[in-house]
Design a protein around this ligand. Structure first.
Ligand code: KIV
Ligand code: ZN
Length: 385
């Protein structure tokens, strides 16, 4: 079976930071219960100090969720941590996620501080959080652009202070996969107490690399991935949950597994898209409307002979409606024959050759030839005796 990779879902926190995605407590609670049923290990329910509404959502989710760990975000600030702890009071498995920026951009521009001052604040925050729960995750914001030597010092110190999970965010989505992987490997090899904590990947998608970077992190020693349904999140989004789960599932040779019930991936993607009013792009991997559609003649012919020629995932495995043969002007005779057959028309090769000519005329006029067009073609056609 291999080693487990923990799935930390942050749809309700980083995902909800997207402009226009605001959810109320009821909507958040419903989604949290669906995420739990999906099998995620950790639900980041919100940022309790950010607003009374978010506090209430985290508190309600903490009360309702039974199996998953419920996590609340805080800055490395006393009040934030205390409020997060209060919101998580009823959680069966509470986690406080606290942290601070560690790159020079953050240390100088944001905090006007020194590296040592930031390290001290990080340690104090973790120690304070440990007074409320045994499960404390530390994030080194902008770790992607933090020099590895200093990052290793911070990570060593926060683990010594009691952090049980260390999050290495590529906050700006800047790293290339080999760079992010090397960063995780560097921590594995240079932080003496690293095995006392789980390393977590939190990658953003500014260069379209959030999924690739998270996988590079896991290959190099991380065992938790922070991700969102449909890849929602700040700016270009976060690592997409459905993508990382299916990558680990498809590449079993890597030696990892997750607890996610993959048949629920498409249903939950639709629910998140509806409630957050964020349409999913049609070509989105795993959950896009075209993820299992075949429209060119060459692909359709191969797919109809053996689905595996052009599909690496069985759509049922991810709860998708099924594979689709879409008829366009690029489709071939096998696809046309297949679609006629599905509608109950039995045509021989000669019939299809003739019908294909009228099909092409319709297809050149329309983007997609629909069932009603096929019925009309069949009605107008009289097979030769
Ligand atoms: O992207 C980031 O650095 C974050 C942290 C708050 C974990 O979202
Ligand atoms: Zn983030």
């Amino acid at each position: 079976m291999g080693q487990q990779v923990y799935i930390f879902d942050t749809t309700l926190r980083d995902g909800e930071q997207v402009p226009g995605c605001k959810l109320n407590t009821k909507e958040k609670l419903e989604l949290a219960l669906k995420l739990e049923a999906l099998g995620v290990d950790i639900i980041e329910a919100g940022f309790p100090i950010s607003s009374p509404g978010d506090f209430e959502s985290v508190e309600q989710i903490a009360k309702a969720v039974k199996n998953a760990t419920v996590c609340g975000l805080s800055r490395a600030v006393q009040k934030d941590i205390e409020v997060a702890a209060q919101a998580l009071k009823y959680a069966r498995r509470p986690r406080i996620h606290t942290g601070i920026g560690t790159s020079d951009y953050h240390i100088k521009a944001k905090f006007n501080a020194t590296q040592d001052e930031i390290l001290t604040r990080a340690v104090q925050a973790v120690k304070l959080a440990r007074n409320f729960t045994d499960d404390v995750e530390f994030y080194a914001e902008d770790a992607g652009r933090t020099e590895n030597g200093y990052l290793a010092r911070v990570i060593e110190a926060v683990i010594a202070a009691g952090a049980t999970v260390v999050n290495i965010p590529d906050t700006t989505g800047y790293c290339l996969p080999h760079q992010y992987g090397e960063k995780i490997a560097y921590l594995k090899n240079n932080v003496p107490n690293i095995d006392k904590a789980v390393i977590s990947c939190h990658c953003h998608n500014d260069l379209g690399l959030a999924t690739a970077n998270a996988i590079a992190g896991v290959i190099n020693g991380a065992r938790q991935i922070e991700c969102t349904i449909n890849g929602l999140g700040e700016r270009a989004g976060n690592t997409s949950l459905e993508e990382v789960v299916m990558i680990l599932q498809q590449h079993k040779d890597l030696g990892f597994y997750t607890q996610v019930q993959t048949q629920q991936l498409n249903p939950i993607s639709r629910e998140v898209s509806d409630v957050m009013r964020m349409p999913v792009q049609p070509n989105k991997a795993i959950v896009g409307a075209n993820a299992f559609s075949h429209s060119s003649g060459i692909h359709q012919d191969g797919f109809l002979k053996d689905a595996q020629t052009y599909e690496i995932i069985n759509p049922e495995e991810v709860g998708a409606e099924g594979s689709k043969i879409v008829l366009t002007a690029r489709s071939g005779r096998s696809a046309l024959a297949h679609r006629f057959q599905k509608l109950g028309y039995q045509y021989n090769r000669n019939d299809i050759d003739i019908l294909y000519q009228s099909f092409l005329q319709v297809a050149d006029r329309k983007k997609e030839v629909e069932e009603s067009d096929l019925h009309a073609m069949a009605k107008a056609y009289t097979p030769e005796p």
